[in-house]
Design a protein around this ligand. Structure first.
Ligand code: SF4
Length: 248
């Protein structure tokens, strides 16, 4: 398969960026999107040009690194799919494909398609953990928690922190990410005792990082490769309100 790629190139955080057009030939339909980009990079290096910088790690859809806007969609055209799980057979031979980085003030560009997502790390450091000493992993059946609660916690825990929700939101809101992380711990017995302090600290950290506000348009849920539901945002709002009322 042959493709024409329009890729955002930017030498550094302060440099002027621009779209650059490249052609790649003889790409196997079973190649992943990153294998196709690797072919392009090999081509660029061979011709003495600077390789395109992009981020990937696990290539199994769980690390959250592969932050690419593909044809204007976070992680590309498929629902519930990370960029590393996207294959070239999803496109038509001869297609033009636009590849851009996440664009959000809180995710500044480092180079080309790589953005700095450490804002998420700082939100997690503000409360996204359980500080109770829980010891080793207990037997699943010994955890005093209902199946429904455990399922809800696991649904929320599927968030891989990729930032697609931010990149696809017109306000660059991080509400779906924060909601998933707050809910993940609020539904666990171990996380329950710190839930009030956690939600207040994490929302404060989110605001400090400069993310926008949620206006309930659900673009985040549509773009999320882990299909995290916006109902967690409603839960985050409830948790936040309750924490505020009970901390007065
Ligand atoms: S909520 Fe979904 S889109 Fe947002 S960071 Fe988590 S996995 Fe990525």
């Amino acid at each position: 398969m042959n493709f024409t790629l329009h890729v955002w190139r930017q030498a550094g955080p302060q440099a002027q960026g621009k779209m650059v057009t490249y052609h790649v030939k003889d790409i196997s339909p079973v190649s992943s999107f990153f294998e196709m980009l690797d072919v392009l990079n090999a081509q660029l290096v061979e011709s003495g040009e600077e390789a395109i910088a992009y981020e990937s790690d696990c290539l199994e859809g769980i690390c959250g690194c592969c932050s690419l806007m593909i044809n204007g969609k976070a992680h590309g055209p498929d629902r519930g799919t990370t960029t590393c799980q996207l294959h070239m057979r999803r496109f038509k031979d001869g297609d033009h494909i636009t590849v851009e980085p996440w664009r959000a003030k809180a995710f500044p560009i480092i180079r080309d398609l790589v953005v700095d997502r450490s804002a998420f790390d700082r939100i997690m450091q503000a409360g996204g953990f359980v500080s109770v000493n829980t010891g080793g992993a207990p037997d699943g059946n010994a955890i005093p928690i209902s199946k429904e609660e455990a399922d809800t916690a696991m649904d929320a825990a599927q968030c891989i922190g990729c930032g697609a929700c931010v990149a696809s939101c017109k306000n660059a809101s991080a509400m779906l990410f924060v909601a998933a992380k707050v809910s993940q711990f609020a539904h666990l017995v171990q996380g329950y005792s710190e839930r009030r302090r956690r939600v207040l600290n994490m929302v404060e950290a989110m605001d400090r990082e400069g993310f926008g506000n949620c206006t309930n348009q659900h673009e985040c849920e549509a773009a999320c490769p882990k299909e995290i539901s916006v109902r967690f945002i409603a839960e985050l709002n409830r948790e936040y309100l309750t924490a505020n009322l009970t901390s007065i």
